[in-house]
Design a protein around this ligand. Structure first.
Ligand code: UDP
Length: 412
């Protein structure tokens, strides 16, 4: 990405950019390494894709490393992911061995980069064990948790905490996602890039192509959920809600998803979704490649309402993307969706397929309200969830770590 910060001025104004340059002044030359477990697919990769180049533009020497592993490793880390979000799990010593062993293999490659970095952002649990394997680390290490860890599986949490508490700081997306780790904690919500292929303005021909390519009717409302095929995203619940809407108003449902390379459960969930959809021609299940950003952008723009009916959610970037496109969002009453869907203002929070259907039908009957909510949603996203706010908070955190503010925080 060769985009410059100045290109964001039309969205956020000059003062916001000046503030970023000022904050970064004291961070010039600092080496910052982000580590996660996939280059493509999922919200973390989306964020790092723009975060790393913009940090570089501000004079920070930022880079992005990805841990590699086989399917056994990703099965274990998926169990951690689900376990952190409260699922039952069978955490065995074999699983621990796979996790630690794969991190050890990655450490052999990454150790020099990580130990020499001034700051390391370790995203989620997959690579977090690397801290134990870099004893000569000279910089400050931050564990950045993107998921809802408020009610974790106890045994998994006990294990993860044994090394997460050695990080110099931790970052959660919302206050009620956080767990006590004995280090300074920061709350930083994620964000979207308004100039990315996923969120930029697109041409009428791209829009038309999308209708045609997926055989979507231009004349009936379109309800859309964009998500990995993951049970926490509740795609089956979305289909149930859609069936209840169909009984009253003609509509179409798009379930657009794909696999993230660190998510081994996707294929099984996709099969369940196909079975639930049956041969209904108004349910479009789209398996998209991980780089189908423009297509997702177009699908969100042609949608009447965006749905994100998750039963557990980290932040829910798909919600932000929907709001930014001026669409009301019907969202599960969980996780970061609550930060974004302001009930009755930018959309509706729901707790069941019936609730979702009720709200969808209401919006389809009240077009004025639907438009007004969409406009409010866009402004809400502009004020709170664009990348410049996110970058500012990361810079402030780095400054705090550099100047030792966080030690003082601990001391007080
Ligand atoms: N996404 C995508 N292709 C898909 C499904 C999702 O590009 O098939 C994108 C989606 O547009 C969003 C991100 O992946 O930008 C998902 O982030 P979110 O926070 O909603 O969920 P996560 O996958 O991180 O749980």
């Amino acid at each position: 990405m060769n985009r410059s910060l100045s290109e964001y001025e039309p969205f956020v104004g000059r003062a916001i950019l000046d503030q970023l340059y000022q904050l970064a002044d004291d961070l010039k030359g600092m080496t910052v390494v982000h580590v996660n477990s996939t280059k493509e697919g999922g919200g973390v990769a989306e964020i790092l894709f723009w975060m790393v180049p913009l940090m570089n533009e501000l004079g920070i020497k930022a880079s992005w490393e990805v841990v590699e592993g086989n399917s056994e490793y990703f099965n274990v880390t998926k169990m951690f992911h689900n376990g952190l979000q409260g699922n039952k799990a069978n955490f065995t010593s074999a699983a621990k061995k796979i996790y630690e062993g794969t991190n050890e293999q990655n450490a052999q490659r990454l150790r020099p980069i990580l130990e020499n970095a001034d700051a390391v952002f370790m995203h989620d649990p997959q690579p977090a064990y690397l801290l134990k394997l870099c004893p000569e680390r000279k910089g400050r290490w931050i564990w950045r948790c993107h998921i809802d860890a408020s009610n974790p599986h106890r045994q998994i949490w006990k294990y993860l905490r044994s090394f997460l508490s050695d990080y110099d700081a931790s970052v959660f997306s919302m206050p009620n996602f956080a767990q006590y780790l004995g280090n300074p904690q920061f709350i930083i919500a994620p964000s979207i890039d308004p100039l990315s292929d996923k969120n930029c303005q697109i041409s009428v021909s791209d829009i038309n192509e999308t209708y045609d390519k997926f055989n979507i009717d231009r004349n009936r409302p379109i309800l859309t959920q964009v998500s990995r095929f993951d049970r926490f995203k509740d795609p089956i619940g979305v289909i149930k809600a859609f069936r209840l809407v169909q009984n009253f108003s003609p509509a179409q449902l798009i379930l657009a998803g794909g696999g993230a390379s660190d998510d081994p459960e996707g294929a099984a969930v996709l099969e369940e979704v196909k079975e639930a959809a049956g041969d209904d021609p108004d349910i479009h299940i789209l398996m998209l490649p991980s780089d189908a950003h423009k297509t997702i952008n177009a699908i969100q723009r042609i949608s009447t309402i965006i749905i994100q009916k998750s039963t557990r959610e980290g932040f829910g970037l798909t919600v932000t993307e929907g709001l930014w496109k001026g669409k009301p969002v019907i969202g599960g009453n969980v996780g970061g969706i609550i930060l974004q869907v302001k009930d009755h203002h930018t959309g509706f929070l729901v707790n069941s397929p019936e609730g979702a259907a009720h709200r969808i039908r209401y919006l389809l009957r009240h077009q004025g309200r639907l438009r007004m909510m969409g406009e409010k949603g866009r402004e809400f996203a502009r004020d709170n969830f664009l990348l410049t706010r996110h970058l500012r908070e990361y810079l402030t955190l780095l400054l705090g770590l550099k100047k030792g503010f966080t030690n003082r925080l601990i001391a007080t």
